[in-house]
Design a protein around this ligand. Sequence first.
Ligand code: OAD
Length: 225
Amino acid sequence: MKKLVVLTGAGISAESGISTFRDSGGLWEGHDVNEVATPEGFAANPALVLDFYNQRRRQLLEVQPNEAHRLLVHLEKRFQVVIITQNVDDLHERAGSHNVIHLHGELLKSRGVDNPQVTYPCTGDIKVGDKSPTGAQLRPHIVWFGEEVPMLDQAIEEVYTADVLMIIGTSLQVYPAAGLMNYRKEGTPVFYIDPNPSLHSRGDLTVIAQKASTGVAKAIELIIP
Ligand code: OAD
């Protein structure tokens, strides 16, 4: 089977009811990214940061995958599908996708501040004073701005070996994720689905300016004649 590599961003979860970051009314309008999504912000006010992610986690447990997540699962019948997501939700997994790489971590995992490598399942709130088995303060397993992206090398390898690329619901503002498509082999077709896309169609890049559910259906029509 040919390999389809899909890069997803917050937009694919928008129809499930999760806010994006940079759209009007998005999360970065109501929250200072430096306060809630950096190691410095956590050091300065851990309770504020933990509360921000506790709210995100509670909301995640109330929403469901949408049609776009499900269409990517169906594509596994025709392609070897690898999803590289910037999202920290588990909606791809809950929809049934088998191969998901989380570039920016996962809300439903925690870790001690002393060790980025060992994670623990986490479905409830994390509070100041909650400790890992090694005695370190727990924090969400989220890659904050300024931190290393541990899954990057694997993601680059997937993009390099892709036969087709799909990019769904991302403003392509945050690196290194935004630069991943540049690792594709020359001539690899790219389908970019976003109602407010930050790129124009050119060459092998086809922009589908639609929301994720209808846009992914359209892309599938183009990929599978
Ligand atoms: P953004 O909020 O930057 O971009 C969301 C994109 O989704 C925009 O391009 C919207 O046009 C698009 N969008 C909105 N509704 C949509 C829909 N129904 N269907 C499809 N697309 C839709 O989110 P990301 O690009 O994912 O990182 O942001 C990247 C990273 O920045 C996040 O992972 C997060 C954030 O700061 C960290 O917190 C480390």
